[in-house]
Each structure stands twice: as structure tokens, then as C-alpha cells.
Write a protein that binds this ligand. Sequence first.
Ligand SMILES: *Cc1c(COP(=O)(O)O)cnc(C)c1O
Length: 365
Amino acid sequence: MNKNIQFIDLKAQYEHLKTRIDKRIQEVLNHGKYIMGPEVFELEQKLAEFVGVKHAITCANGTDALSLALMVLNIKDGDAVFCPTFTFFATAEVVAFAKATPVFVDSDPVTFNICPKHLEKQIQKTIAEGQIVPKAIIAVDLFGLPANYPQLEAIAKKYNLRLIEDAAQGFGGSIERKRAGSFGDIATTSFFPAKPLGCYGDGGAIFTDNDEYAELVKSYRVHGKGSNKYDNVRIGMNSRLDTIQAAILLEKLEEFPIELVNRNNTASKYQDKLSKKVITPTVPDGYFSSWAQYTVQSEERELLSMELKDINVPTMVYYGTCMHLQTAFAYLNYKEGDFPIAENLSRNVLSLPMHGYLPDDLNYI
Ligand SMILES: *Cc1c(COP(=O)(O)O)cnc(C)c1O
């Protein structure tokens, strides 16, 4: 029963795209330009077109993409960067890695995304305490739904903060047809295989309309290179996307709009089937989700997960521990109860299988 329902079915996708992907990979093997080959630049152009921004710059993974964005914005020791506590670890990790301080923010109970009201409270509190200097906000498009950028952009402007969009899960989503990756000052995504647009290894990208930021990212991703190849003008990192991964992504990006439609059909069918049993996710008017995850809420999540396991339907918990309760962030001295909405989500969320190749009728639930 239900033997073939995968949480994310990369095998079904590969079978569907096999001829095209194999051909693209073979072309790279033939020309042999494994680093910064022509596919990398072709992909960057197509990504920029898809997202609707001036510059898309690829890199090694979504975590590096965030780190590169923080380097461009010169985030450093003594700076405060506001981010949601209910997210994947990397969002907050990169802030600490840059030696700045993550200041956590509670979630909106309906969208799971950073709560603009609580964000403003945390900014005012940080200013009043005067220990660290507010510099930037990292908003996350959690589970594929873009954060509330109209309100976030207004807050960033009011307090003169830079806004970073972490679209690792949001790629393919939009607000009023403006695509994820185009919000804020600079945006990032990940091509980890399980993300809405994934490659066959690690990969990431940075998006911006700002020419100066784009030039800086291109320098930082290759050891802080200057215009002369052997004169490095700043301390950077080695964070390039492999040509083979770019080749794979070119074919997957081609198919991506169709997959997005399929994911949205799956989401509406889940909604029909489950809305009486659990709290199903809400997409606000004008918003479009890429459904990186289809995440329901239930106070009986263990039971639901076991019931589904019995009929061979896999489920996952994203995320069971908020950032403020992670061992690595114990030095920030947060405690349980500090972010009640996010903590409640972490206790009740359960993600169901979601990809572009699920059976039409969802007969497995
Ligand atoms: C996956 C993810 C990242 C990191 O991406 P990697 O490519 O795995 O480094 C960052 N932020 C969020 C929200 C993610 O889901």
C-alpha cells in the first residue's frame, strides 16, 4: 500500500527529465570547463529573468549565499541582525558566523513567517538597550510562502535597516506577481536537492538590482578577486556553483513552472481533504507559495504521523526546535516562553509529502 509515496521524489523527477539532463551533463563532460563554465553564466541570466532582477550570481550553497549577502552589507561585530526564531538554522547561523548578533523575532501564527509587529518591538528594544547596533533584517519565505514584504520594507526604511530575503524555500513564490528573490536589498536562495528548485548536490544564488552589490558578490565568491586575477583586493571565500550543477539546473528551471502548478494543485487537494481534521496552511490574498513544504498544525501530530506511517506516507517535523532554544545560541540567554507563537508552531507542525510528481487524486490520504 502506498509504496511509492516519497516525501520529495527526486527519482520520479529524474526519470521525467532524464534525456534532457543526461544530455546537458554530457555536454559539460565534453567541454570540460567544470568551474565557471558557460552553463554557469547561462543559468545566471535565466535565473535573473525568472526572478525579475538585474543580477543573479550563483554560489556553492544557500548558507554561503546568506554569508555573501552579509559580507556585501558589511555586517560585523557589534551589529544586530533581526531574524525569525522559527526557521532553518542557517538563517541565524550566518549572522553569528559574521560575528554579529542575531536578534530573534516571533512568528505570525497564520503564515509562519516573521511577525512585522514583533519585529518592530525587537528593533525598538535593541535601540533602547544600546548594546548593539541594528543593521539588517533577514526575512525567510518559510515553507515557500513569501514573507510580508510590503510591511517589512516599510519597517526597514523607517529604521534605516538593510533587508535580506532568505528565499531558500521561497524560490518560485510571489506577491502580486513579483517573484521571491526580488524583495529587499538583496536576496538569496538554495539549490539543495530538496528545495523547490534543487540540483544534484549543493548550490545557491544571490539576487539583487544593485550593481555595486553584484560586483562585490562576484569578488567575494572568488577569494575577493580584483580586476587583475592575481591581485586579491579583499578577503573572500571559495564559493562557486559547479558547471555540472548549473547544467542540471538549466533543465530543471525549464520544467519548474509546470512543477509549481502541480505543487499548487496538490496543496489545494490536501486542503480539501484535511481542513476538517487539522489546521491547513493559509496563503494570503495576492500571495503565491512554491510549497517547499506542505505543513499542517495539529495538537496530535505524533498520532497523525503514526497513522500516516502505517499507510506508508512519510512525514517530517520542520522545525521542532526554535533558534532561541538551540544549544549553539544558549549564549544569547533566551528562554522557553520568550516566543510563544513560534514555540507553539514547533510543537504542532507536521509536513506532508510535497513535490511535482504526486498522484493527481492524492488517494493515499
Ligand atoms: C536550506 C536553507 C538554507 C541553507 O541552504 P543550504 O543550501 O543548505 O546551505 C538557508 N535558509 C533556509 C530557510 C533554508 O531552508
